[in-house]
Design a protein around this ligand. Structure first.
Ligand code: PMT
Length: 218
């Protein structure tokens, strides 16, 4: 893998889940372990890039040479990402960002009472779309976690969010994607696509970054 293919480039990426607080002791989140995003950060640093990794709450060591910023909620992630956008040539959104947050976070622990209760949710800002619409936008790559109609939904996100590339994984298959050590990607851009078959996330990260580097250079 042209080891220094990203020499002189700087890459910003997000990884892991976000946590949306319900009250001081509870939250809504998802099964993202951060492994895919951390593999991308590690591979990019090895390929010569300067790497800034904005990470949700995960139990992973920071790869060598990578600058890490820890965040919790989607809003925290947006606040950490946006001031950095201009200084980077590539952005990859690998985080599993919560689409919704609690409308009003309770100030004290919610007590058990009625048999049923409802939580009102409001939409979170879209970090990837915000980066892609920035005046000095980097080469912007999204991920798409889909359980069905993978190409149709991924291409929808590519055009709606105005991305340069999108890497889709089929998360209905529990052997790949969320929390596993392997993954497979179908990568789409405006006039092309390629499949990266199931392999360990470190190898897959190098393959995806090689694709990105070649696209930027051509
Ligand atoms: O962390 P692992 O356990 O290794 O698992 C890896 C993974 C399955 C989480 C990863 O490969 C992956 O698919 N990440 C994207 C998960 C996701 O939230 O997909 P989505 O289809 O819901 O979102 C589409 C894109 O928009 C993503 O790039 C996401 O980061 C971004 N997004 C979504 C919502 C939001 N409010 N802001 C965003 O930036």
């Amino acid at each position: 893998f042209g080891p220094k293919l990203l020499q002189g480039m700087s890459l910003l990426l997000t990884a892991g889940p976000t946590r949306e607080a319900i009250d001081p002791v509870r939250y809504i989140s998802n099964h993202s372990s951060g492994k895919m995003g951390f593999a991308l950060a590690k591979a990019a640093a090895e390929m010569g890039a300067e790497v800034t990794l904005v990470a949700g709450p995960v139990n992973l060591a920071t790869p060598n040479g990578v600058k890490r910023i820890n965040v919790e909620s989607a809003q925290d992630m947006l606040d950490a990402v946006m001031p950095q956008v201009e200084q980077h040539q590539i952005f990859i959104g690998c985080a599993a960002v919560a689409d919704y947050r609690i409308a009003e976070v309770a100030e004290s622990k919610i007590k058990k009472s009625a048999e049923q209760m409802q939580l009102a949710l409001v939409r979170n800002p879209d970090i990837l779309a915000s980066v892609a619409s920035h005046a000095h936008r980097p080469f912007t790559v999204g991920f798409a976690a889909e359980t069905n109609d993978v190409e149709q939904y991924a291409r929808g996100k590519l055009s709606r969010k105005k991305l340069d590339m999108i890497a889709a994984n089929d998360v209905s298959n529990t052997d790949i994607g969320f929390n596993s050590d392997t993954n497979a990607l179908s990568v789409f851009w405006s006039d092309g696509s390629t499949d990266l078959p199931a392999v360990d996330k470190d190898t897959l990260a190098k393959q995806l970054l090689t694709l990105i580097a070649n696209k930027i250079k051509n």
